[in-house]
Design a protein around this ligand. Structure first.
Ligand code: GLY
Length: 348
């Protein structure tokens, strides 16, 4: 019997509870912390302490000044989009196969259930702000490529070169490493070294004092992607989903897996069915493992963060590395904190 058939039979026999990964290290030690509710308003982001503070403190200040949760999460997302040091979001993000930085972002607002997104947007540093304008100023929900750029310029955004020197050098090393059968010589030291292709992203999710929910996901997407590739981040229901009755969820990691499981929608639907944010994030990770036929069939990784209207927060990834990943940062009237989430498999 093929491994895949055996796998499907196992699922049929046991329902969806995936005994399949019963031997994996599902580490729930952090659950009581992650589940502990905080008072509203609350804003969370899918980063550890340093970036968490950089993003959430301005977001919180904006919320205090304007009272507007959309302004707050946009201010937070803009911080990382504008920072050239972060190589996974906005300006300074790692480019596609051809060395061009191509950005994806989405925004969603609970009270109206409205949303906006941009995909494969070039030359604009803050795609989440363009996504917000798609939501607020058009009857559409998604603009891509050249049309998204023209729309941004119509709203006064300036075209800029998004490829920093740091990102260019990383790209060049990757390009020269790709093959010994093309016309690019190997890196100067002559050694071919496989470089891991990253898919960093950030989710910024918030709930205001009235209980209204909003979220943003923004990214430069998969490093070295084929030009035109769009990940999960700009796709509502995949990289981001908000339901004003329940809360919000966002995804980071390999976008293809999140798209084919409607990952963030799945998390919010699980919360609607009564799961805590932590349990819902874990369920979405497990779903991805199921459709891949197990943890050992590839080195894919995804992470979900979620918050519900009780101020409970969840964070789970498929693979974890102690002290490195996965984390969620939280800001509320109780202050700032960073929490380590759970992982289906802890790596060295
Ligand atoms: N999660 C980001 C991407 O895959 O593009």
């Amino acid at each position: 019997m093929s491994a895949r058939r055996k796998f499907l039979q196992t699922l049929t026999h046991f329902g969806i509870s995936i005994p399949f990964i019963k031997n994996s290290l599902l580490d729930r030690r952090v659950l009581p912390l992650a589940e502990k509710p905080v008072s509203l308003p609350i804003i969370i982001c899918s980063r550890s302490e340093a970036w968490g503070r950089k993003v959430l403190e301005p977001a919180w200040n904006t919320l205090e000044q304007s009272g507007n949760i959309l302004d707050a999460i946009e201010a937070g997302a803009n911080v990382v989009e504008l920072d050239p040091e972060d190589t996974s979001v906005g300006y300074g993000g790692l480019p596609n196969e051809e060395g061009i930085v191509s950005l994806d972002a989405s925004i969603m607002y609970g009270p109206t259930h409205n949303c906006g997104s941009v995909a494969a947007l070039e030359k604009i540093k803050t795609p989440s702000s363009v996504a917000r304008l798609v939501m607020d100023r058009t009857d559409h929900m998604m603009l891509v490529g050249e049309g998204a750029l023209r729309f941004a310029k119509a709203h006064g955004f300036r075209e800029e070169d998004l490829l920093t020197e740091k990102a260019r050098l990383i790209w060049l090393e990757w390009k020269e490493n790709l093959s010994d059968r093309d016309d690019w010589f190997p890196p100067k030291d002559g050694k071919y070294l496989p470089r891991k292709r990253t898919t960093g992203t950030i989710n910024v999710l918030g709930i205001d004092a009235k209980g209204d929910v909003a979220g943003i996901t923004t990214t430069s997407g998969l490093f070295g992607k084929i030009p035109g590739r769009i990940g999960d981040s700009p796709i509502i229901g995949a990289g981001l989903y908000v339901d004003n009755r329940i809360g919000a969820a966002g995804a980071t990691g390999r976008g293809e897996e999140v798209i084919r499981t409607c990952g963030s929608f799945y998390v919010v639907e699980k919360m609607l069915q009564g799961l805590s944010p932590q349990e819902a994030c874990e369920a979405a990770c497990q779903r991805i493992v199921e459709i891949n036929g197990g943890l050992d069939t590839g080195d894919y990784d995804d992470k979900f963060v979620a918050v519900n209207k009780n101020g409970e927060v969840g964070c789970a990834s498929i693979r974890g590395r102690k002290g490195q990943h996965p984390y969620v940062s939280i800001i509320s009237n109780d202050g700032f904190k960073t929490i380590e989430g759970s992982a289906l498999q802890w790596m060295e």
